[in-house]
Design a binder for this molecule. Sequence first.
Ligand code: AP5
Ligand code: MG
Ligand code: ZN
Length: 237
Amino acid sequence: MSQSVTIEHLISTSKRRDTSYMNIILFGAPGAGKGTQAVELVKNYHLTHISTGEMFRNAIANQTAMGKVANSYITKGELVPDEVTVGLVKERLAQEDCKNGFILDGFPRTLHQARCLDKLCLELNIQLDFVIDIEVPMNALMERLSGRRVCKVCGASYHILFNQPKVAGECDICHGPLYTRKDDNKESVAVRLNTYQEQTKPLIEYYKNKGILLEINGQQEINDVFQDIVNKIGVNL
Ligand code: AP5
Ligand code: MG
Ligand code: ZN
């Protein structure tokens, strides 16, 4: 178990495990495998998956007012302004399906968002159990993102080399068509990786100090990464 997690936190989390739910943040650079691992965690622990990136992409597809705002930022690889993102998460976490445990994927990404989330957790009486930091060296991320294909319907991630769908161009889960994300081009990826280094990475220290950070080696086979997560959170499947 990583020493970043305190004994007190483990005791309080294991008490809540009796009611068998967890609240998790999946943390990591663009392409680290947050979405990929979220699918497995949802399947095994029946948690609600909240991906802010996915919510923005749906809003863009539905041409909502928020989607129009988010589109210009996302295409360039920049972060959507905090006030928009925090408002979205606030609304989402208050919904019924989050009461049995959730995975936050891609939120928070700035110190301000992390502080807003703390406030929100107090208001909604939520405890964060683990922040799972999936660590992948910067030089491997470009290859992952350039070969990624995403399901248009459910958002599941595939890779032309590392994680091929059973049927080419089709999602294993829902049979939806696969496409290349607009922000998976070289220019946007460079901005996203840079933004991660400058604005998001400092949150590792923030959650280490809170004693809830788990560090996972993300540069292994997808199933091995998942096993590592399962072993470290110590919750039986
Ligand atoms: P978002 O959708 O969250 O994108 P991201 O953080 O850039 O992360 P990705 O989805 O690109 O990567 P991932 O870690 O999920 O990797 P995946 O599992 O797909 O956000 C998009 C945009 O929305 C942001 O840029 C921003 O503009 C906006 N936004 C979102 N949240 C925001 C917030 N909080 N504040 C402000 N703006 C926000 O895997 C990647 C590839 O690698 C896949 O092809 C996969 O098959 C492959 N792969 C996965 N694991 C492995 C492995 N172990 N080995 C080999 N290949 C692997
Ligand atoms: Mg993702
Ligand atoms: Zn799908």
